[in-house]
Design a protein. Structure first.
Length: 317
């Protein structure tokens, strides 16, 4: 199955993962004008009224880019909605997204048929992130247009399964839009994601180390200096298993090698000993060994584009 026409403007088959706290309009605009989908969590806009301001800013900036660059129009953007009951802003945020007719809505931590119907009503599409085949089937049954397979090694809330296993199980029954997440940080790995059956790569952690990202300099340096061995998988901080930078856990006074388990029902964004997930305990995927500098997002994407094209030439001639 071919991708929906909403993806026709992509110059690189990538969706920028919505990074809690970190993603902002400047990063989204840089991603979209560089030819890939940019995204941000609705909850990053605080107070709730700021979401309207952010969507106005992004919409106007992309329209201006299209007027000035008719031969290289911007890619669409996406907003991430947390569907879990802990999100008290869900209804208000959906109303704001409807006002701006957000092109792509990424849903996490739950699937709702009424959300999919609402997005379809204004002409958008929905992509639901999942960590296994069971959740993938539920998402499609409830009307999601596509899936984001979050495999082992992805940043933030991540799954445990190999991307090979996860993609092949989904592709056995689903031929719709499929993005793959998990340690993708080079143009070659974007191509590899497509080779194993995904349509798009879903990339987050490398964007933390960009000029536009709303992250502290210590966080950005942690991404640049870190490698796969610096990633710790734990459910302590939010009740859901995720990958975090070892150094941030140590800085919070905790032993990364002796973290207790947390209840999957907790879903509290407060962590142990006052440390808060995402703010103090920094999310990161295992692919950060490929990140060697802090740079503008456009430069990072340009490098991936060159690597992607070189890889295709090497494989296909």
């Amino acid at each position: 199955m071919s991708l929906p026409t909403i993806f026709d403007r992509l110059r690189l088959p990538v969706i920028g993962a919505p990074l809690f706290i970190v993603s902002n309009p400047q990063l989204v605009i840089a991603q979209c004008t560089s030819g890939m989908v940019g995204s941000f969590p609705a909850l990053n806009a605080r107070p709730q009224s700021q979401l309207d301001e952010w969507l106005h800013e992004i919409t106007e900036a992309l329209a201006a880019h299209d007027r000035d660059h008719p031969d290289a129009p911007a890619a669409p953007f996406a907003v991430n909605q947390i569907v879990h009951r802990s999100n008290g802003r869900f209804e208000e945020d959906m109303t704001t997204c409807a006002k701006w007719k957000v092109p792509i809505v990424i849903t996490s931590l739950g699937a709702r048929a009424e959300l999919n119907q609402a997005v379809h009503g204004w002409g958008g599409i929905t992509l639901h992130d999942i960590i296994d085949d069971r959740f993938a089937r539920k998402a499609i049954e409830k009307g999601a247009d596509g899936l984001i397979a979050v495999a082992a090694g992805a940043g933030g809330h991540a799954g445990r399964w190999s991307p090979f296993a996860l993609v092949q199980e989904i592709r056995a029954w689903f031929d719709g839009p499929l993005a793959l997440s998990g340690s993708i940080a080079t143009g070659r790995s974007i191509l590899a994601a497509q080779a194993m059956g995904a349509d798009l790569a879903y990339i987050g952690s490398p964007f933390i180390a960009t000029d536009e990202a709303r992250a502290s300099e210590d966080y950005k340096r942690g991404i640049v200096e870190g490698t796969a061995k610096d990633i710790v998988y734990s459910n302590l901080f939010t009740g859901v298993h995720g990958n975090y930078l070892r150094g941030s856990i140590e800085k919070a006074g905790l032993d990364p090698d002796r973290l207790p388990e947390s209840s999957a029902e907790a879903m509290s964004f407060g962590g142990a000993d006052g440390a808060k997930a995402w703010k103090d305990i920094w999310g990161s995927g295992q692919g950060i060994g490929a990140v060697d500098r802090i740079q503008p997002a456009a430069d990072l994407i340009a490098r991936w584009s060159e690597e992607y094209r070189a890889g295709k030439t090497a494989l296909c001639g």
